[in-house]
Design a protein. Structure first.
Length: 394
């Protein structure tokens, strides 16, 4: 009779498992604090190069951080006061007319289907239910917003989270050296020095990513607003440009989401306008992909586009819109740590091991012998001359 294997768990392992479970529960309870901390780190990484530059000009670090944050807040406030009311007005008008646009699109689809078959219009009406489609769009948008809404504890909580993130990030930038020292000293040697050496690279990737995306999104928002105005959609150009600029902050999915409202408005006004708007977004998307992203964002992410897409989808699933914005830069920072602390040392060790194995296999260079001698020969004068030397003497 075969004995069944027994699984034994030591007391220390059991305590570790219980402590890990309690830690996960605690982290879930304070998830809003963790999100605030994640936002703060991203903001600090994006502003630190300007503060470092000012510090190199002998400006006190805390003064440079204060001036940088006041400049950002003043700029955002000015932009919101300048175009905010118009953008909100156009978006409200767009939302109110959205069902009418869908009905127009349904009629166009029915006319096209009528040319193909007499039964097609009824099929189109069943598949293209305006009320159901409108409800689905609003429900999906609502669920996406509620994930962020729940994390930040409502609109007031969201504003408070943003203000708190700015304050924490300002403290991080102003006293970054002391803060980094206090964190890395928790790790044993030599990992404390290794992690401290990677802070600059991690900050560069995270900050470079978020700065590049903000600048690219602002350029695209202005370009789309100008293009839609020229094409005859001036009544919605600023609102649609603002939507496209904000959604473009989300990699991969953002440009598609930003183009959909403009295309819906355009197709309801005629096929030719739809065609030109589609060309406009195609041109802008190619300019972003092949010119703006390589120039302004560059290789700051340092990971494969597929992994970037997975990071965006994971962020949206867990944190909603906030996750789509802050998870990719964190993923970029984590990629820098994995690359510099694991992949590069691993490749170096494998290269050295291959070189050592090749040396031990006998592929050594021939030893250096005295001139005119081979192994085993004597260098004494009594050695007989070679036949070639004898012929030469004769």
């Amino acid at each position: 009779m075969s004995s069944q294997p027994r699984v034994t768990i030591s007391a220390s392992t059991g305590v570790l498992i219980i402590a890990s479970g309690l830690l996960l529960v605690l982290l879930w309870q304070v998830r809003s604090v963790l999100v605030t901390l994640m936002i703060s780190v991203v903001l600090a990484a994006s502003i630190s190069p300007a503060v470092d530059w000012a510090e190199s000009r002998r400006v006190p670090r805390w003064v440079a951080a204060l001036v940088a944050y006041l400049t950002i807040i003043a700029s955002l406030t000015g932009v919101l006061l300048l175009i905010g009311p118009t953008v909100l007005e156009q978006i409200e008008l767009l939302i109110s007319q959205f069902p009418l646009y869908l009905e127009t699109i349904q009629k166009i689809a029915e006319q096209l289907a009528l040319r193909l078959s007499e039964d097609s219009p009824s099929l189109v009406r069943e598949l293209f239910n305006t009320q159901a489609l409108t409800g689905w769009v609003f429900r999906s948008s609502q669920q996406l917003l509620l994930r962020s809404y729940g994390i930040t504890r409502g609109i007031v909580g969201g504003v408070f989270t943003l203000i708190l993130s700015l304050l924490i990030s300002g403290y991080m930038v102003a006293d970054s050296r002391t803060l980094i020292k206090s964190v890395v000293q928790l790790f044993p040697a030599p990992w404390n020095d290794r992690l401290e050496g990677q802070v600059g690279e991690v900050s560069r990737r995270m900050g470079g990513y978020i700065r590049g995306r903000l600048l690219v999104s602002a350029i695209l928002g202005v370009a789309i607003t100008a293009g839609l105005t020229i094409l005859g959609l001036a009544d919605f150009a600023l609102g649609l440009g603002a939507i496209a600029g904000v959604t473009n902050l989300i990699p991969f999915l953002g440009p598609i989401l930003g183009a959909i409202p403009a295309l819906i408005v355009a197709i309801s006004k005629g096929w030719w306008l739809f065609f030109w708007v589609l060309i406009l977004f195609a041109i802008i998307q190619n300019v972003e992909t092949y010119i703006l992203d390589p120039l302004l964002v560059g290789s700051s992410v340092g990971i494969h586009p597929l992994y970037q897409l997975l990071a965006v989808l994971s962020g949206v699933q867990v944190l909603g819109i906030i996750g789509a914005l802050i998870v990719p830069p964190w993923f970029a920072g984590a990629a820098a740590l994995v690359e510099n602390l694991y992949l590069k040392p691993k490749l170096k060790m494998e290269t050295e091991a291959a070189a050592t194995a090749k040396t031990r296999s006998g592929a050594l260079p021939p030893p250096d012998f005295p001139e005119g001698l081979f192994p085993g020969e004597s260098s004494s004068a009594s050695s007989p001359p070679s036949p070639l030397a004898k012929e030469t003497n004769d």
